[in-house]
Write a protein of this length. Structure first.
Length: 256
């Protein structure tokens, strides 16, 4: 009895064609193109690759035209080899599905972005905060809705609400830093040993950030403005509470 031959090829293409998304015009094509690049800001992509990623039924020339229009609007930059990338200096607040608002971080570490132009706050998971802190003014890209609730990612920090923080000074063999613990979130700030004001390991200090982390360094840098004393002291904790509420106990003798 002869065995039936298996005509399927390993690694071959699946049978059937995936349905392509239909785009009604250049404006819609620009919208979905910009939306994809906002979700993938580091991606360098060609028109041909973009068609495949978007799953749209359009020509390569149409996609290139959409990309070049976004280049003229300074939202996308053209690279060598017929590739394109999101322009990080672009006026993204004018883009579709991008809104400006301020960060309201919850105890879980997630945040809601309160936007004037949206009826509901935008939920942002902790991994998509992009180093934004409570109260910061940001741009958020809404990329999905769940139970009618918008969800998204922070793509740009417009304004930091403060650069003064309370933290714990730590001295290690190879680095000096301050650990800022805000309850829902903590982060580290590198300190120049010459700007440590003779703080001892474990002291509570007032820190000013002089350089926020960026894509190149990925680290915050700062200097110590004042040494409050040992953590746990009632006087130190009281000063920390006042400073966290905006009172500068270093320069004013009275608290109004």
């Amino acid at each position: 009895m002869k065995k039936q031959k298996n005509n399927k090829k390993r690694g071959g293409k699946k049978e059937g064609n995936r349905s392509k998304k239909r785009i009604s015009g250049q404006q819609d094509l620009q919208k979905v193109t910009l939306s994809y690049l906002l979700k993938n800001p580091k991606k360098r992509i060609s028109p041909k690759q973009l068609i495949k990623k978007l799953g749209v039924n359009v020509s390569k020339d149409a996609v290139r035209h959409a990309l070049m229009t976004l280049v003229k609007e300074q939202k996308v930059r053209e690279l060598a080899g017929d590739r394109f990338q999101l322009d990080r200096n672009a006026p993204l607040d004018q883009a579709s599905d991008v809104y400006e608002g301020y960060v309201d971080i919850t105890r879980s570490g997630a945040a809601y972005i309160v936007c004037d132009k949206l009826e509901r706050d935008v939920y942002v998971a902790p991994r998509f905060l992009n180093r934004a802190l409570h109260g910061d003014r940001v741009l958020v890209h809404v990329d999905r809705y769940r139970m009618n609730r918008p969800e998204g990612k922070i793509i740009k920090i417009i304004h930091r609400v403060t650069d003064i923080f309370i933290g714990t000074f730590r001295q290690f063999r190879n680095e000096t830093l301050v650990i800022v613990d805000q309850g829902y979130h903590y982060f580290e700030v590198r300190i120049d040993p010459e700007e440590a004001l003779m703080a001892d390991d474990g002291d509570k200090v007032v820190l000013q950030i002089t350089q926020w982390a960026d894509q190149a360094t990925r680290k915050h840098f700062g200097s110590i403005r004042r040494v409050l004393g040992r953590e746990g002291s009632s006087n130190v904790e009281m000063q920390a509470i006042l400073i966290n509420h905006g009172f500068d106990t270093e320069f004013s003798g009275e608290v109004i």
